[in-house]
Design a protein around this ligand. Structure first.
Ligand code: URA
Length: 232
């Protein structure tokens, strides 16, 4: 709280100036729904033009686990909700398998409007849209961010290869990620589905901290020192 003196030649008065954050204390749900409104009216990139609905993300504002995919597909675009098509059903069945309720987690995407024909998001679309996801994660503060697929993993950890890190909890720049293959990839390939299922079974242990977390920051520094990578 700031104390401010107002003075004039004849009178001196004392006033308290109360910061607006104290006057208007919004709940996490309110903050998320404010963001949702901004997402629904966002015109920053071209994607809104072909979309039926924006897909801001959905779930528990206090979730310990946040699932982050790439971008909405056809069904998500129709319903305005993330992972409600075939990939979403597979995600739900994996959650059932480990006895985690979908209402207890948060599910969202990097991109909030469906790219035409489900093409990969373009760099400028990611740059213009990802601020929404970052704000959402700041509010939710999940313990673990489960990245679904290559694009979500590479958004957070640019150099990480999903074929190397799937199923390993990794810490990077102060956050813990659990990279998994995308359920849509699992629907196309039975081997990937088996790997996804096995990796998924470890999620409860990752949440409880029972699986060692790979510190990617340190790993990269070591690999760089050994001349194995050149990006830093
Ligand atoms: N694929 C994604 O990456 N996100 C969705 O919401 C649905 C399918």
């Amino acid at each position: 709280m700031k104390l401010v003196w107002y003075s004039n030649p004849t009178k001196i008065s004392l006033r308290f100036v109360i910061p607006t954050s104290i006057i208007i204390k919004m709940t996490d749900e309110e903050l998320l729904s404010k963001l949702e409104k901004a997402i629904k009216t966002c015109r920053k990139c071209r994607l809104y033009k072909n979309a039926t609905n924006a897909v801001p993300g959905h779930g528990n504002s206090k979730a310990k686990i946040a699932f982050v995919g790439e971008a909405p597909g056809y069904n998500e675009d129709q319903q305005g909700l993330p992972f409600v098509g075939r990939a979403g059903k597979l995600l739900n069945s994996m959650l059932d398998m480990i006895k985690i309720q979908r209402e207890d987690v948060w599910v969202g995407n990097i991109i909030k409007h469906r790219p035409p024909e489900n093409r990969d998001p373009m760099k400028d679309e990611v740059r213009l849209c990802s601020g929404f996801l970052e704000e959402q994660l700041k509010i939710i503060k999940p313990k673990i961010i489960v990245t679904l697929g290559r694009i979500a993993l590479e958004y957070f950890v640019k150099e990480a290869k999903i074929s190397k890190y799937h199923g390993f909890p990794i810490s990077y720049k102060g956050r813990v990620f659990f990279p998994l293959y995308h359920p849509a990839a699992a629907l196309r390939n039975g081997n990937i589905e088996n790997i996804l299922r096995e990796d998924f079974k470890n999620l409860p242990k990752v949440v409880k901290g029972e699986i060692a977390v790979v510190d990617l920051g340190k790993e990269y520094t070591k690999e760089k020192a050994e001349g194995q990578i050149s990006f830093m």
